[in-house]
Design a protein around this ligand. Structure first.
Ligand code: GDP
Length: 407
């Protein structure tokens, strides 16, 4: 698969905000979307939920691959606990964008603040999903304020909810100016788009104006069209949103209720539309051991191999699974690689791609993607994998100065 169709993302959330439920919905819809030719037999909710429980979709892998509209999305597990700060930071190091999940009742909670600021330090572009709109006390607009005041971010709603709590029934898409509704009797796969009804029109127009006003700050073209009262083309809106999400000026906002199967697919569209593909990013910083100087590595499959081991996971059948983010070059099974940290050569055996319910054996993995190598002997998290002679380190662990509290 071509590089530009890949997204490496994390899902960041405070415990209980709905990260697991949202991830499960993502894996369900992408799985359903990907199994081309599968007949949708239109079963009602209960049947489908039972089926799902049987399959037991849960994200247990440090990186899970799914596909959405011809794009490969690698979801990298991002711990929600701040206790594992080094682990959070390492996962932030290997992802290129993130979805922040917030609870519409709780808003921005302390742990979300910590992880959000860590992501700021790693310059991770983000979109946000305000979940649990169906819960008592849900308030979309309060969470927007929270994102502004507590996170210091610029939230830009691309959707607003229609109703809240038990009357939450769908979203208004402010880009296309349509109502999005999900049939509550089905699994939420089918989205109905329809013209905005009178009841919601004034609110939709108010928020569309806010959107254009906000984006006008970043684009003279939008500002001019807006001031002249002319239609702003959807493609122009999207490209300005994309550019300013990637440079982290803004955070596009989505809304829904994962539990009620509403609002998740637009988040996936948002991942593709607004978060960067690996090769769009700046070259990767590394350290040349031979020259003892910092260097930049182009993110290209044509370059020398450079990969970072970011997690080792034990699998009861396969043994040690070594998760490697490939920044440059191609990692091929059956070839020898060099572990710069351990100063050891090692042979690459099986390479796997992990999906929600299965793993698939593949022969190679290129720049921008994630490899799972089975049975590496020496690799540990933080190690750089390359070719012999290419003595570079992708990660230099820096331990912060201990904080001494003064009474
Ligand atoms: P995590 O800790 O962030 O992974 O959160 P979970 O996905 O495990 O969700 C925590 C709790 O909130 C569970 O009981 C979920 O069923 C519930 N939950 C998740 N999403 C929603 C939602 O959209 N609406 C409501 N009412 N509950 C939700």
């Amino acid at each position: 698969m071509a590089e530009e169709t890949t997204r490496n993302i994390g899902i960041m959330a405070h415990i209980d905000a709905g990260k697991t439920t949202t991830t499960e919905r993502i894996l369900y819809y992408t799985g359903k979307n990907h199994r081309i030719g599968e007949v949708d037999n239109g079963n009602a909710t209960m049947d489908w939920m039972e089926q799902e429980q049987d399959r037991g979709i849960t994200i247990v892998s440090a990186a899970t691959t799914c596909f959405w509209h011809d794009h490969q999305i690698n979801i990298i597990d991002t711990p929600g606990h701040v206790d594992f700060t080094a682990e959070v930071e390492r996962s932030l190091r290997v992802l290129d964008g993130a979805v922040g999940v917030f609870c519409a009742v709780g808003g921005v909670e302390p742990q979300s603040e910590t992880v959000w600021h860590q992501a700021d330090r790693y310059s991770v572009p983000r979109i946000a999903y305000i979940n649990k709109m169906d819960r008592i006390g849900a308030n979309f607009y309060n969470v927007l304020e929270d994102i502004k005041t507590r996170l210091g971010a610029t939230p830009v709603p691309l959707q607003i909810p229609m109703g809240e709590e038990s009357s939450y029934c769908g979203n208004i898409d402010l880009i296309t100016m349509e109502e999005l509704r999900w049939d509550s009797m089905s699994d939420g796969s089918v989205i109905t788009r329809s013209p905005i009804k009178d009841e919601w029109l004034a609110k939709a127009e108010e928020w569309k104006e806010k959107l254009l006003d906000e984006l006008g700050v970043y684009s003279d073209e939008i500002m001019e069209l807006y001031l002249e009262g002319k239609e702003v083309p959807i493609e122009l809106l999207k490209s300005v949103i994309r550019e300013n999400t990637i440079n982290q000026s803004i955070v596009p906002i989505f809304v829904g209720s994962s539990l009620k199967n509403k609002g998740v697919q637009p988040v996936l569209d948002g991942v593709i539309d607004f978060l960067p593909a690996p090769e769009e990013l700046e070259p990767v910083k590394a350290h040349s051991v031979k020259k003892d100087e910092d260097i930049l590595i182009e993110r290209s499959a044509k370059g020398d191999l450079a990969g970072l081991v970011f997690k080792i996971q034990q699998d009861k059948d396969a043994g040690a699974l070594c998760f490697i983010r490939i920044y440059s070059g191609v990692l091929k099974s059956g070839t020898a690689v060099y572990n710069v940290n351990k100063k050891k050569k090692e042979r690459i055996g099986r390479i796997l791609r992990m999906s929600a319910n299965s793993s698939e054996q593949i022969s190679s993995v290129g720049a921008g993607d994630i490899a799972v190598v089975v049975g590496m002997k020496f690799a540990q998290t933080g190690d750089t994998i390359t070719t012999e002679g290419n003595q570079i380190l992708l990660e230099q662990m820096e331990f912060p100065e201990p904080v001494i509290s003064v009474a």
